[in-house]
Design a protein around this ligand. Sequence first.
Ligand SMILES: Cc1ncc(COP(=O)(O)O)c(C=O)c1O
Length: 402
Amino acid sequence: MVQHDGYTCSTSTPKPLPTASTTEQPNKLCSQATSQRKDGQCFVATSFSCFPSAPSTSSSRLLSPLSRTSKPRSLLLAVSPIKDYTLGPNYSSYSVAAAAAAAAAPIALPSDAREPPSLGEITRPDFPILHQVVNGFNLVYLDNAVTSQKPSAVLKISAKATDAYEEARTKVANFVNAMDCKEIVFTHNATEAINLVAYSWGLSNLRPGDEVHGLIVLTVAERHSAIVPWQIVAKKTGAVLKYVGLTKEEVPDLDQFKRLLSKHTKLVVAHHISNVLGSVLLIDEIVVWSRNVGATVLVDACRSVPRMVVNVQKLDVDFLVASSHKMCGPTGIGFLYGKIKLLSSMPPCLGKFEAGTPAIGEAVGLGAAIDYLSSIIMQRIHKYENNTALSASSFAEEINWH
Ligand SMILES: Cc1ncc(COP(=O)(O)O)c(C=O)c1O
């Protein structure tokens, strides 16, 4: 019986436990100990043979964690809860289990037996990082508690996941005809993509109190998610927001839009298809007018990307955003298209674009949705939607519903 760190330990003679490790390799089992904490929780500690030579001295000295005289090549202790285990085994439980195991029955290895490899030796080949030689020594990694290294089996899957994620990026890039995959930044949705441009490009390009750089033209038909970030950034930088109104036909007033553009215009934010009006803006013309005054153009293509061909190179837009869940894809993923020279000059808000664990599954889902839409053919979808809109419009006229 051993008292240690609030635990009471008792030991028993070797007896394989019905766990995977012990039933698979029962010959490695050396001793087994039971430890009981003051709160009544019990653990079974099982030690395995892993010593350079068959011990002729007391195994308790060899196994004890307090022992400094012996040099075990490795020591594996399996701690199995035996009663209502709610608290994870911590250092204390391991150490007490080790102490308990130390007092257990002598290791029953015949002295001439070929020593079986330790679990460390068995699993080491699975970890490519451990095959490295650093400063002439085999790499030893001791920080598994913080971040574990990955075995080849996992690395293969991870590599597959990375490939799938990048493949999804390629699909998006091809879908909108970006020049380079690097021009696609995955975001959670279009709103986040707009915010990314506002906080990254906006804050670094719009100068406080400097109206020359602070004129933004928006149409009143922009969705609030496209307006709010610019209101915040305009407030922070002193930029001025200019709104384009609607004609009496309730479509954005492009004449007013043109009149508002001036050399003070720094950015034009426009929807491609309005979620309020359903109207389609002639983005290529807007881009030409904006270019004439040196303005950058951001297009909210949430409603157009799923239903018509959107060609960013042909439109010559600087930024374009869309959301997967409007494209038959999953929620939680969207994208920002940005011309490479603009993206590379932008300070990423969170240290880098796509910071943190990427939404791999969602991106792959978006890729599958793009495959689906492409298989139908975008021109066909656009034609069908136009015809549906025309039918709906003539039906509305018929029933005089306006
Ligand atoms: C035109 C337009 N822009 C932006 C958004 C915002 O999309 P999300 O909520 O996916 O960011 C919507 C959503 O309805 C939209 O219709």
